[in-house]
Design a protein around this ligand. Structure first.
Ligand code: FAD
Ligand code: NAP
Length: 312
């Protein structure tokens, strides 16, 4: 039987692994095989430059950062299996973890399976992904390719407004493209968008196509009320249409919020099941940054270590 099984492969999972390995708990980590549609290493494997992770004054590519973090985790002693966890049994102890290569048992579990940014699959999306299209304005907005350009954000929720507001620091103008004639966002956030002179609302509209040469330069937008199509010149297109937390495999054995994120006790990584801890984006729909994921991975490790020491 394992002391600790860690499920996931992003900054949260590997930080938890580094800490629990160094504390001699000999963790076993399941990194997934294209779990949630993302390669082992998590969301950062889908991006280019990461400029806000401390320790890299010249930035570092997302895949390279994750390769380094994984190598550090292995060096500390983490045992890694490239398998996706299909389901778990949290009803009795030891907890059970099921994969295509059999079942595993553990005294404690750390869930760090992240979340996947929703995509729209519009024409040109694959071509211009990370070459003008991004799912993270806070991460990518400051990149030189987006400076002093007209940028577009798709979505009408709190994230869309937060991202649009953030982008006004760099953009000449931000188009907020909303598919209905109302915003889903909270009243306070709506007011923020409406009173920001740099944000222009484009109501009742869907983006049909991303157009460009080496990078994105235009988008084709359909007004779904008038059926009129219009081309907008933009230097960037940011998706803010929600994330899907990777929690389906838990089969509701942990308490989740209305969007499917794991609920943790504030200030801790404790979940609704004693001995099961959650960290990173799978329990955080607010901050969603590599460094906050890593920070909560450290918290999960320390919480799990304390739990195991007291359970002895
Ligand atoms: P994730 O990175 O989401 O990784 C979790 C991984 O666990 C999954 O991807 C999958 O591989 C694995 N997994 C899932 N389910 C299972 C399962 N059932 N079994 C086994 N394995 C499983 N943040 C920044 O701080 N700076 C940036 O510049 C930045 N740029 C970004 C650019 C893009 C395009 C995106 C999408 C995000 C960006 N972020 C950035 C956000 C950052 O990537 C996330 O906040 C961070 O990766 C979350 O880490 P995590 O450990 O919670 O999980
Ligand atoms: P969200 O509330 O689910 O909003 C997603 C938005 O994307 C909605 O406006 C939705 O339109 C739109 N959308 C979805 N699919 C689309 C598609 N195919 N084409 C065009 N538009 C599409 O997601 P979120 O904004 O990420 O917020 C998630 C949660 O985090 C919420 O509880 C939110 O309050 C919270 N949050 C809070 C803050 C904050 O308080 N500062 C910041 C960020 C997030 P419809 O409205 O038409 O469905």
């Amino acid at each position: 039987m394992e002391n600790i099984i860690i499920i996931g492969s992003g900054p949260a999972a590997h930080t938890a692994a580094i800490y629990t390995s160094r504390a001699k708990f000999d963790p076993l980590l399941f990194e997934g095989l294209m779990a949630g549609g993302v390669a082992a290493g998590g969301q950062l494997t889908t991006t280019t430059e990461v400029e806000n992770f401390p320790g890299f004054p010249n930035g570092i590519s997302g895949p390279e950062l994750m390769d380094n973090i994984r190598a550090q985790s292995v060096k500390c002693g983490t045992r890694i299996k490239t398998l996706t966890v299909n389901r778990v049994d949290l009803n009795k102890k030891p907890f059970k973890v099921y994969t295509d290569e059999g079942e595993f048992a553990a005294k404690a579990l750390i869930v760090a399976t992240g979340a996947t940014a929703k995509r729209l699959n519009i024409t040109g999306e694959e071509t211009f992904w990370q070459r003008g299209i991004s799912a993270c304005a806070v991460c990518d907005g400051a990149l030189p390719i987006y400076r002093n350009k007209i940028l577009a954000v798709i979505g009408g929720g709190d994230t869309a407004i937060e991202e649009a507001t953030h982008l006004t620091k760099y953009a000449s103008k931000v188009l907020l493209i909303v598919r209905r004639d109302v915003l889903r966002a909270s009243k306070a956030m709506q007011e923020k968008a409406m009173t920001n002179k740099k944000i222009e609302m484009i109501w009742n509209s869907n983006v049909l196509e991303a157009i460009g040469d080496k990078s994105l330069s235009k988008i084709k937008v359909l007004n779904n009320k008038t059926n009129q199509e219009k081309i907008f010149e933009v230097g960037g297109l940011f998706y803010a249409v929600g994330h899907t937390p990777n929690t389906a495999f838990l089969d509701n054995q942990l308490k989740l919020d209305e969007f499917g994120y794991i609920i943790t006790k504030p200030g801790t990584t404790d979940t609704s099941v004693c001995g099961v801890f959650a960290c990173g984006d799978v329990q955080d729909k607010k901050y969603r940054q590599a460094i906050t994921a890593a920070g909560s991975g450290c918290m999960a490790a320390l919480d799990a270590e304390k739990y195991l020491s007291e359970a002895k």
